[in-house]
Ligand binder design. Sequence first.
Ligand SMILES: Cc1cc2nc3c(=O)[nH]c(=O)nc-3n(C[C@H](O)[C@H](O)[C@H](O)COP(=O)(O)O)c2cc1C
Length: 178
Amino acid sequence: MKILVAYASAHGTTGEVAEFISSTLAVYGADAIHKSVESVESVKEYDAFVLGTAIHEGIWLRNMLLFIDKFGAELAQKPVYFFVSCIRIVEADGYEHVMKNYMDTKTLEKLKVKNVNAFGGAIQLNEIDWNERWTLGLRYDGTNLQSRLNADYRDWYAIGAWTTSIAKDLNIKPVTSP
Ligand SMILES: Cc1cc2nc3c(=O)[nH]c(=O)nc-3n(C[C@H](O)[C@H](O)[C@H](O)COP(=O)(O)O)c2cc1C
């Protein structure tokens, strides 16, 4: 089974999550590859998709929306799984807030997404320019932003568990030696 893990990432950390998901799916026996959404030229050759985007200003990165505009009709013909990575999730009501406010339900329905999840991301102040600092400072919809900076909230165990559930859902059989 050929699986594309396509990600939209501004600073690379969502790309690393996508790489981890694709390597884990490969351990289960899938022919999985991770690619940035900008670099995908065709989706015809894949049997299933995992899509993931970072969150800026409470919404998905624009490149993910462009990717879905371009390939949405084809994606919807096959199993699609979707995740976001962000920092609001690490607050007390974070998961509920993210699932309620950061998910574009219409688009997810259009893609007939089978399962949606949200994970903590990572944020290093020295990686983001002044424009982004302003945006983050003004538009972050949580509390105590300063204390959340310069930290990596990626929970590899949770990401691995979700990936395992995808492998099961797709009925991927581990490759066994004869
Ligand atoms: C300009 C900017 C705006 C952001 N806005 C939000 C936000 O509204 N809510 C949130 O939870 N995280 C927000 N984040 C945090 C990112 O979603 C998080 O750091 C993510 O892991 C970044 O992924 P990337 O390294 O793949 O770009 C923002 C980050 C930046 C740089």
